[in-house]
Design a protein. Structure first.
Ligand code: SF4
Ligand code: SF4
Length: 208
């Protein structure tokens, strides 16, 4: 029997152009069953619903979706992909939507605070957070975690790891990574983050 051909709207075609989206992903085969929303931890705690995101994609509602703050609520846990009967993956599609949104000037307030990841990646080869930022994240969890982060050198010593540089890469590897990232214009990306950060801060000050 001839395989049913399901049409892709222009928005779906645009999403498929992204190298992260494999040809066989079932975006246009989504049957709106809702398994993704049922297994999604973000849906449990917010208005975000991957099934709804898929519905808008199928309807070609590109602009609504790129301006929708919900696309910033996914945790990238990929439970949706495991449960989808159509080999779809709302979690990875969200990454593409976020990038498209940023290109069109939406959502920068969600990402400017992560500039340090880029700087860390360029300078140390590892995109990790500073101690102060890590403490901020962990504040939302139990106090015990904050204590662990504050006392990380002792914790690492107990684990027989070097407390000064537990994950430091060899200099040669760091230099190679830096070179590759500079060729990929990481410095321009960092400048863009700085520019947007300044703009957002200015807006906040004006609103005060
Ligand atoms: S689980 Fe898959 S088929 Fe079902 S709504 Fe979600 S994406 Fe669509
Ligand atoms: S990857 Fe995102 S959309 Fe999928 S289940 Fe996890 S949080 Fe939900």
């Amino acid at each position: 029997m001839e395989k049913e051909k399901i049409k892709k709207n222009d928005f779906i075609k645009e999403i498929f152009k992204d190298p992260r989206i494999p040809e066989e992903l079932g975006i246009n085969r989504c049957i709106q069953c809702g398994n993704c929303s049922a297994s999604c931890p973000a849906a449990r705690h917010s208005s975000y619903r991957p099934r709804k995101i898929m519905q808008e994609i199928l309807l070609g509602a590109r602009n609504n979706l790129l301006e929708n703050e919900d696309i910033w609520l996914c945790y990238s846990c990929f439970s949706c992909n495991l449960r989808c009967p159509r080999n779809n993956n709302p979690g990875v599609i969200i990454h593409v939507l976020r990038q498209l949104a940023l290109k069109e000037g939406h959502g920068w307030e969600k990402v400017v605070k992560f500039k340090f990841y880029l700087e860390s990646l360029r300078d140390s080869g590892i995109g990790w957070s500073t101690k102060a930022q890590t403490i901020e994240y962990f504040k939302e969890l139990e106090n015990d975690w904050v204590e662990i982060i504050k006392n990380m050198p002792e914790v690492l010593k107990e684990l027989s790891m070097n407390p000064n540089s537990p994950r430091e890469l060899p200099k040669e590897a760091r230099d190679q990574i830096k070179k590759i990232l500079e060729l990929a214009n990481i410095n321009e990306d960092i400048s863009e983050f700085e520019e947007k950060e300044e703009k957002i801060q200015k807006q906040k000050n004006e609103e005060k």
